[in-house]
Design a protein. Sequence first.
Lengths: 605, 421
Amino acid sequence: MRSLLSFLPLIIPSVLVSATEYHEQLNLRPLPLSALLASFNFRANTSIADFEAQNFRLFPRSLGQILQYAGTRELHLRFTLGRWDAESWGTRPWDGTKEGGTGVELWAWLDAETDQEADEKWLTLTNALSGLFCASLNFIDGTRTIRPVVSFQPEGDHPNTTLDNTRLLHGVLPHEVVCTENLTPFLKMLPCKGKAGIASLLDGHKLFDASFQSMAIDVRPICPSEGECVLQLEQTVDMVLDVDRSKRPHDNPIPRPPPGRDLICDTSKPYHKPDDSCFPVDHLRGQEWTLSQIFGRTMKGTCPLTDSETPPVCVHIPSTRDIFSSEGAHEIKYPNNDSLRCYHIEQEKEFTLILTKPEVPADGEAASLGIVKPETPVLYAERSFTGHGQEHGGVQAILTNPGDDTVEFVYMESLPWFMRVYLHTLSARISGSSPNTNTTTEIVKQIYYRPALDRARGTQLELLVSIPPHCTVFLTYDFEKSILRYTEYPPDANRGFDVAAAVITTLEPKAMNIRTTSLLLYLPTPDFSMPYNVIIFTSTTIALAFGGLYNILVRRMVGANEAPSGALKDKVLGFVAKLKKKKTAVAAVAAGGSVTPATGKTGAK
Amino acid sequence: MTLQSKVGVFAGAALLRLVLSTAFPSLPDLLTGRVEISTPVTSFKRLQEGLFLYSHNVWPYDGGVFHQAPLLLPLFSLLPDVEAWPIFTSLLYILVDLLSAYALLVIADSGEAGQSKHFASPRRAKRSSGLLVAAAFLFNPYTIATCIGRSTSVFTNCAILFAIAKALSGSPFNAMVAISFASYLSMYPLLLLPPLVLLAYDRQSEKRRVDSAIQFSIRAILIAAVCISLLLAMSFALTGNSWDFLARTYGIQLTLSDLTPTVGLWWYFFIEIFDSFRAFFLAVFWLHLVIYVGGLSIRLRTQPLAVLTILLGIFAVFKPYPSIADTSLFLAMLALFRHLYPIMRYTYVASATMLYATFLGPAFYHLWIYAGSGNANFFYAITLVWSLGQSLFVSDLTFAVLRDEWEVERPEMVGKEIRQI
C-alpha cells in the first residue's frame, strides 16, 4: 500500500553525493484490469562549473547549448498521450509532477530583466527545442504562452538573487500528436542512447500503443547543503500498457474471441449455464507476463555508465506472487516494504522477468487480483463542455475530494483567445446544494485572471480553491465561441480546436499535480468555398444602394411626357423601326429588275 | 392631444416593458444573447463582464471582450447587482426609452419635417401628431426588443434624438453636448454633426442669433470638440491614465477585429476577404459610410431633418456593427415624414422585405448555429435581404423628399407620373 514515491528516498541521497553521475531505473507496477504501469527514470548530473565551461559528459551537448543560449535556468518539457484513469489506477506516478496535458507542454524559468527580453528568449528556446525534438514547439506563440503566477514553483535550488531576474513562461500545444519522431531524440539524449540498459526496452510501437504515456524532461539546478551545485537532467517515461493487448501480437496477431472451451466463467452468476451462457472472468485471473512479451524485446544488460548501487529494475507486487528472473540477476527485498522487489543485473547479459499466474484466487478484491492496491488520489478532477450550438458554451469542472482532509489547490487554465470567457459567470457550487445558492466566495479564495486579447494572447485563469472533505465541487463558467477569419481555420476546421488541459496543483494536504483531459472546441465556420461569391454579393448590395441613392440625388425630375426620347426604350423602338424600313426596301429591290426601270421612269418623269 | 393621452401612451409603454421583463425572467437574457440585438460594441453581457473586471481591479480594456465606452462602467456600477436586482437595470432602460420618445415628441411637434426655414412642403398640413410618432417608436417591436435586451445602443439613440430635439428648440449648445455624448458612446454619430449644425443654425433663437453661418458652425464644432475631449479625458483618468480604451472601443469599429455575426454587411465580408485586401476594403467601407454626409447635406440643404433621417437609415445598414436598435431609430424618424407617404413608391415591397427578413433571420441563424442543417450562407443571405430592404426604404424616402421639393416649383405635376433624367 505504499505509493510509488515512498521508495524514492532510497535513491535520491546517493544521487546527490557526487557531482557527475548517472542512474536509471525502471519501476513496474501492475494495476487493476490488465494494466501495467512502467515508469522509466533516467537521471544525469553535471556540475554547474563543468556545464558553464561547456564540458559536457553525461549531459547532452545539444540540449545544454540551447539552454545556455536561451538563458534558461530551469526547464520542463512534457509529451503526453492518453488519459490517466484515476478512478481505477489511483494516484499518478511521481504524484503527477512528471505528467503533462495531452500534447506538448513546456515551462521554463528564463533569465530576463524585462518581459520583452523574456519573450525573445522564449522564442529562441521554443524554436531550438522544436528542431531538437521534432515537435511543432515553434507554434507556441504569444497566444499559447502564459505567465503563471501561483501554479508553478521552481523545483531546483535557485539563489534568491537569480530568481528575481528570471521570468516563468508556460506554453501548451494541445493539438500536437506525440509519436515516434519525438521518442528518437529523447533516447539520443541518454548516455547509452537506448542501446543498453532499461532504455533498450523502449520501443515506439509499444510506447505509443499504451493507454497512457508521458515523456518528461526536467532540467534543474540542485545545490546540496555541502558540495558544489549540480545541474540535473531528469528524463522520465511513464506508460500504462494493456497487458492483453501487448501480448496479443505474439500468439494471436488479429484479435479474435477465444473459443468457448477456453473461457473461464463466473459460475456464481445466476444466468450461468455450461456451454451456453458465460460471464467471462478473464480479467479477474490476475496478470501473467514476461518482460519481453510486454515490451516486445528483452533488456540488453545495463548501461555501463550507470551508478552500480541503484537497482535498474523494480517490481511492485505483493510478496505472495512468484517472479522469475533470468540467470545472473540478483533479487533484493526490502524489509520495510514487502511489496517491492528490485533486481541487480549483470552488464552485457540479456535480462527478462517472468510473472506467473497467481496460484489460488484468494478472497477479497485486491488480493484476488494479486496486485498492490492503488492508493486513492487526493483529488479527482474532470472537465467538460456544457451547452449546445456554436454560439455560447460553458465549461464545467467537477472536482471531488474523496479524503478526510480539506484539499486546497490552484486550478489553472490556459485558454485560446477565440474562447471569449465571461468571468462574471464563474460559479462554484458544492454538490447537494441547489444551483441557486452562491457559495463561490467560500470555495474560490482567490482569482488571478488575465483576459485574452484577440489574436495576441490567450486567457490565463488561476483560481485558489479549497474543498471540504468528502465533497464534490462544480466549477462552471460561460464563454462565447468567436468566429474567425477564414484563413485562421485549420484545414480540418470542422474537427474543432483543442483546448489545453487544466492544471491542478494541490497545496494541502500534500503537493501534487493533476491534469484534466484536453477539450475539443467546435467553432462556427463560414463557408470556405465562396470568398469570391461573398465579395461579389456584398459589393453588389452596396452598389445597388449607393447607385440607387446617387441616381435619385443627381438626376433632374421631369414629367413623364416631357422627357426627351433619349431613353433606352425609345432607342430600341427606333432601331427596330429603322430595321423594318430597311427590310422592306431590300425586299423591294429583290422583287425583280422590272421594277427598277419603272422607278427609273418615274424618276425621269 | 391631451396630457392624459400622453401619459397614457408613456405609461402603457413602460408597463408593457416592465411586464415583459418581470413576467418572463429569462427573456432579457435570451434577447441579450441574440445577434440581432447585441453586437460586440453594444452587448449587455459584455458590459457585465467589463463591470465585473472593473469592480475587481482588472482593466477591462486589457482584454478582448469589452468594447464599450469607459463612462458606462461607473454609471452601471452605481446600480445594484443585476443578478440580484434586475428590476433596477430594467427601469433605467425603460426610462431611457421614454426619454427618447419624449425627444421624438418634441421633434414631431416642432413641425420641422414639413416646414423648415427655407422650405415649406405643399403637403405639410397632413403632418403626423407627436403622440403618434412617440407611440410608433415606443410600441415598435424592434424598440421593445432592444430595450428588454438591454443593448447599450439605446443610450446612443437617446442622445441622438435629444441632440435633434435641442437643435430644433433653438439651443445649439445643448444639441452639441448631446451629439458629443452620442459620438463618445458609439463614434458613428459624429458623422451627423454637419446636418445637425445646419439644423441648429436654421432654428436659432432670435435672442442669441449668429448671422454668419461659418462663425456659427465653427462655434458649434468647437463646443462639440471640447465636449468630446472632456469625455475622453475623463475616460483617460478613469482607466488608469491609459489610452488603451481608444483602440478597444473605437479601434475595433475601425478595424473590425471582432467578427461576431450581426445583421450588417461587414462581418461575413471581412471573414471571407483575402488578407492582403483587408485594409483596403476597410478603408473603402468606411469611406462609403462617410461620403453620404457631404452629398446629402448639400443636396438637401433646405431640409436638414430629412438629411439626418436618411443618414440614420444609411448607418443602420452600412455601419460596422449594426443592430435592430439602429433600425428602430430610423423607423422612428421615418414616422415624422407621414406627409410624404403618398409619394413613396416602394413602401410595400420594402416593408414586406424587412418583415420577411425579420421572421426568417432568427430561423436561418438557428439552422446554422444550433441545428447544423444550414451553413453560414443562410444567415448571410438573410442579412443581405435585410440590408436591401432597408436601403430601399432609405432611397425611397430620399426620392419622396426630392419630389416633394420639386412639386413646389411644378405644382401642376402633383399626382402625375414623373421621370428622372
